[in-house]
Ligand binder design. Sequence first.
Ligand code: AMP
Ligand code: MG
Length: 399
Amino acid sequence: MISVGEGQAHILAQVTSATSPELVPVAHALGRVLADDLQAPFDVPPADNSAVDGYAVAGEDLPAGGTLTLHVIADLPAGSVFDGVVKPGQAVRIMTGAPMPAGVDTVVPQELVERTGETVKIPTVARGANVRLAGEDVRAGTVVIPSGTVLRPQELGLVASLGFPQVLVRQKVRVAILSTGDEVAEPGEPRQPGQIYDSNRFSLLGLVEEAGGAPTDFGIVPDIRDALKARLLEASRAAEIVLTSGGVSVGIYDLVKDVLGEIGGINFWQVAMQPGRPLAVGHIGGALFFGLPGNPVASMLTFILFVRPALWKLSGRREIFPVQFTAVATEPMRKKSGRREFKRGVLTFGARGWEVRTTGPQGSGILTSMVAANCLIIIEEARGDVKPGEAVLVEPFAW
Ligand code: AMP
Ligand code: MG
């Protein structure tokens, strides 16, 4: 028996490189992983500029008290530049974003002034007020987005603001997904007595896509040695990661083991966790291989715990484990010590801060326990039963 942490460490040690970089248009880079530190090629803002609509004046001209009348020598809309020098006793009408002319360092907002013809009466303001300084957002040469960052809308805007039409990101990790088992039927086709419709393949396709990978559907493989071998070889040539579900606990256990032994390598793990105890980890050529358990909750959970961090590391991400925090249990939870248990939870914000309950029956075949949930509840190895009011660790599903 190994612990969840040991299993994760063992898998991550096998991922020693990331996918190759590729240039993609900024507009198509949402969710992609930055492949290199992004440096600012110039200061942002590029020049001192006005933060308000108003009048640009020299600090020396600000009245000590009361008001002072200045001569307005120019009107400066955003995007235009005043190339003269403003002299003592003069002011320039300036719009938000327009570069500050030479000779002035302060902007008096237009609401505070009285304009009459070519003159303006100004009150005093703090010297330097209402001016955004060159480089105050970003200094030329600084790393604005570090390598390994997942690009969100704000990063896309920042990349574009620096003038880049494209951005260097990691190629998506390709993941081939297949289901095994004669009892598994394809949705849309007739279901024979004793058969169930395949659900794992579809949950796994979704999980891969949600994690930023590129899933490929390799269908259902019957429990026939040559068919399994051919499909696995094909999958390993088309992907960095090959996933199967089913067949690692009983049934075709020996088949997967034999075939993998021939075309790659495999270890069968008993992980001290619930659900999802049996797990097969190996390789076929250069592809990582994961044989996930057949029970729908267990296959999703083992993906989240073991496959996703590997996928994220392969895709060059800096953060490969999701956010966890604690919440107050609002109901008792049964727990066997000595293993890590994962319950499906409903996390809400209530009188005691974050509160969590389970979704009800927690069997590893009960997929509706995942559907009703918005988080995993994680109860560590050493703990026993949880009493209401105790804190438990939670990991929200994507929000
Ligand atoms: P196994 O790991 O093959 O022993 O399967 C454990 C349980 O998961 C059995 O009840 C299987 O019928 C079920 N199962 C296996 N593969 C799938 C699948 N692709 N979709 C839904 N359930 C499955
Ligand atoms: Mg099976």
